[in-house]
Ligand binder design. Structure first.
Ligand code: ADP
Ligand code: MG
Length: 730
């Protein structure tokens, strides 16, 4: 009897690459062709309507009613020209995925025919029958009243036959039910705060944008294997599986070339990405077998977040054409690397200056060091909140495991900048500086070289590293909606910059000192206060875990534990004060994530129980029976002495199987009972803690015994594709 597993292997061995030819024209000819960008708006809109939209994009003003209709019909005309038949408001609900509800453009007309209809109101605002989206109690489900509204700062696009209009999603009482709303607020907030600080150095700066470049890691698994593993298709990760004898120890995947099948898949989704204006740039193998990365050129953060969400959806769809499944789960396979999504973050002025890039002049560098130190201080002050912003169910299997940063937030800045900060700290004192001293200090700051970090001074183990002209937040999970960490980063840095400005102005007026000197003094104080968050050593080492504890840095390993920071007084204050999220909204966000965690663990527990009881144990017992029959047969034929020698190992195996089977049974029963008790708990937070502390530990215990059985039982009868097959059969 051929098991599903062997059928899958056969199928995979027969696969051929699905060839995708590059379009006959240059990339620039079709890049962005499915995006309603400024150029197309100019073509399809009146001058007045176009100007109104531009103002909405640049200054956040509302689109006026009279223009909304024009914009809508222009957008519709363009979309229909591109073959669209439906439109949808496209938004980022708090589940982490994106949501769409499609409506057809056409409507029955009075004369019995149909007309293509799409009014301004439908563009600007739409009631959303969204009762099944999580709201953390913000919107009672029986009301089901939320609305979506166009966010003109990210352009509409056509995907397939649907016009997708990026929107925010809020309840009728005004609370945000999505990621985009607070993201946009945080972007405005950091724009204002950073622009104010820039004025100390350069009065011509009037706007600061956040730039964001992400690096998306993922695994590819053949469709046939995926469908033969209920754990993969129900939970996104393998719950059982003995490690392959060879996995990533030779590092040969990282340096290896892409197979044709994979190359054609990548080309296919890249072409589609280009049509949607996503500047996909690098692609390469990652360390683990079948693990890859895709990174676009950085963009303005709101657009960059949208593009990441679009690309993830795109990749999943395109993968199916190539008989692949994309795994965005952070830890799909035990024992080998998981997947993350580095977030490269920086600030760019409207004069074209990257504020986290050292410049050519002392003044530029003074500005650089100011922003640089303020970011470090912000991370120090709100490390736990940053940790909370990346707490997703899958990510916690990754953090602190194999080649991933631990749950301790620290900042790496490199040798030269560490030296620089140490020197600044030494040389600035709080007595009045002479003009010579000041001049000298500035001159030295001016000597920070333009190219800061060479590759030898790159620390790959830091969760938050300065990489020459940007900070790279590396603890973010591969499946995350990156708006979550970016909202936090923007908000805490903006708040820090405001505090900085206040302190400097205060010093100028109270001490009667010049601006530069006041800035120096405040920076010195920040360097000292935030020293403990800086770490240059190996972030993956046990010594760091101990050292961090001595420094008083937190190392929060559980989801419920890390989510506590969403409601700490400090967090509530920083979000409330700046009108990014109020306490109710924060509470809702925490509640949604806790519930999400519990539900996902519930599913994992059920799937594991099923695999164990209905697949693994029957398989093991069948094998045990075969062996027992063999033992009985031998007894009939051979004399006592010889029989004993011959069956010694087989009897031992029969007993081993019995022990594993018994333990698995006991543990599964225990797990189910523990889960049932946990389910009784009303309070969402306590329930999540109960799951984390009492239910989750069963997973690895049960798995352990199953993985041992995998090594005992006849390969012919093992029901699920093994690690070595999923990772190496091609
Ligand atoms: P790595 O050495 O980490 O592989 P790359 O130079 O390829 O790095 O860049 C990684 C990511 O960092 C890319 O997405 C890139 O666009 C982004 N990046 C580079 N400069 C900036 C910046 N100023 N702001 C934001 N992201 C940036
Ligand atoms: Mg990187």
């Amino acid at each position: 009897m051929a098991t599903v597993r062997f059928k899958a292997i056969e199928e995979v061995l027969k696969r051929k690459p699905i060839h995708v030819d590059l379009p006959a024209v240059k990339t620039s000819r079709y890049f962005g062709e499915n995006v309603f960008d400024k150029q197309k708006m100019q073509e399809y809109l009146s001058k007045e309507a176009y100007d109104n939209v531009l103002e909405a994009i640049d200054k956040g003003v509302k689109i006026e009613r009279q223009y909304a209709n024009q914009v809508a019909s222009g957008m519709k005309a363009w979309a229909i020209d591109r073959g669209a038949t439906h439109y949808t408001h496209w938004f980022h609900p708090l589940t982490g995925a994106t949501a769409e509800k499609h409506d057809a453009f056409f409507e029955p007309a009075d004369n019995g025919g149909i007309i293509e209809n799409f009014q301004g109101e439908m563009l600007v605002q739409q009631e959303s029958d969204a009762s099944s989206f999580p709201s953390g109690g913000l919107r009672n489900t029986f009301e089901a009243r939320g609305y979506t509204a166009w966010d003109p700062s990210s352009p509409a696009f056509v995907y397939g036959r649907t016009l997708c209009i990026p929107t925010i999603f809020v309840s009728y009482t005004g609370e945000a039910l999505d990621y985009k709303t607070p993201l946009i607020k945080s972007l405005n907030y950091i724009d204002n705060a950073a622009t104010e600080v820039c004025k100390y150095f350069d009065k011509s700066i009037s706007k600061v944008n956040v730039t964001l470049g992400w690096e998306q890691e993922y695994f590819l698994i053949d469709d046939a294997f995926y469908n033969a593993r209920p754990d993969l298709y129900l939970t996104g990760r393998t719950l059982i599986g003995h490690p392959s004898p060879k996995d990533q120890q030779l590092n040969d995947h990282y340096f290896g070339s892409l197979t044709d099948r994979v190359k054609h898949f990548m080309r296919d989704f890249e072409i589609e990405a280009y049509r949607l204006g996503i500047p996909a740039k690098t692609r390469h193998n990652e360390v683990a077998p079948n693990q890859f990365e895709c990174a676009p050129r950085f963009e303005e953060a709101n657009l960059s977040v949208d593009h990441n969400q679009i690309l993830m959806t795109l990749m999943e769809k395109v993968a199916k054409r190539h008989n692949f499944r994309v795994l965005f789960h952070e830890k799909p396979f035990a024992g080998i690397n998981g997947s993350g999504k580095h977030n490269n973050w920086s600030l760019l002025t409207d004069t074209g200056k990257n504020l986290l890039s050292p410049g050519k002049t002392p003044k530029n560098n003074f500005q650089f060091i100011t922003f640089f130190i303020n970011v470090i201080k912000a991370v120090y002050e709100h490390a736990d909140l940053l940790r909370a912003s990346i707490a997703f169910t899958g990510n916690d299997y990754r953090l602190g495991a194999h080649e991933a940063p631990p749950s301790i937030i620290s900042v790496f800045i490199g040798r030269k900048l560490t030296q620089m900060l140490n020197e600044l700290e030494q040389r600035i004192d709080n007595t009045k500086m002479t003009p010579e001293e000041k001049g000298e200090l500035k001159l030295d700051i001016g000597k920070i070289p333009e190219i800061l970090l060479d590759n030898t001074d790159r620390n790959r183990t830091s969760p938050f590293a300065f990489t020459g002209n940007r900070f790279e937040f590396r603890a973010v999970g591969s499946s995350a909606n990156i708006a979550s960490p970016i909202i936090v980063l923007n908000t805490i840095v903006a708040d820090q910059l405001n505090a900085f400005k206040e302190e400097v102005d205060q010093l100028i007026s109270s001490e009667k000192i010049k601006k530069d000197e006041a800035i120096f003094r405040v920076l010195k104080q920040y360097i000292i206060e935030s020293r403990e968050i800086r770490f240059e050593g190996d972030g993956y080492s046990q010594e760091w875990v101990e050292e961090a504890a001595r420094r008083g840095l937190t190392n929060i390993k559980s989801i419920p534990g890390s989510l506590e920071a969403f409601l700490s007084p400090k967090t509530i204050e920083v979000f409330r004060k700046n009108n990014i999220l109020n306490e109710r909204e924060l509470e809702a966000r925490q509640g949604i994530q806790l519930e999400h965690f519990t539900k996902r663990m519930q599913i994992e527990a059920r799937v594991l129980g099923d695999l164990a009881m209905n697949h693994i144990i029957p398989t093991a017992i069948k094998y045990q029976n075969t062996m027992l029959e063999n033992i009985k047969d031998l007894r009939e034929i051979y004399p006592e002495e010889q029989y004993k020698v011959m069956t010694h190992h087989q009897l031992d195996t029969v007993e081993k199987i019995a022990r594993h089977v018994n333990t698995i049974r006991e543990k599964v029963v225990d797990m189910v009972n523990t889960r049932k008790k946990a389910n009784q708990i009303e309070n969402e937070k306590e329930k999540a803690y109960a799951y984390h502390e009492q239910v989750v530990p069963f997973f690895s215990e049960i798995r352990n015994h199953i993985d041992k059985l995998e090594r005992i039982v006849d390969d012919e009868t093992w029901p699920f594709p093994k690690y070595r097959e999923m990772l190496f059969t091609r």
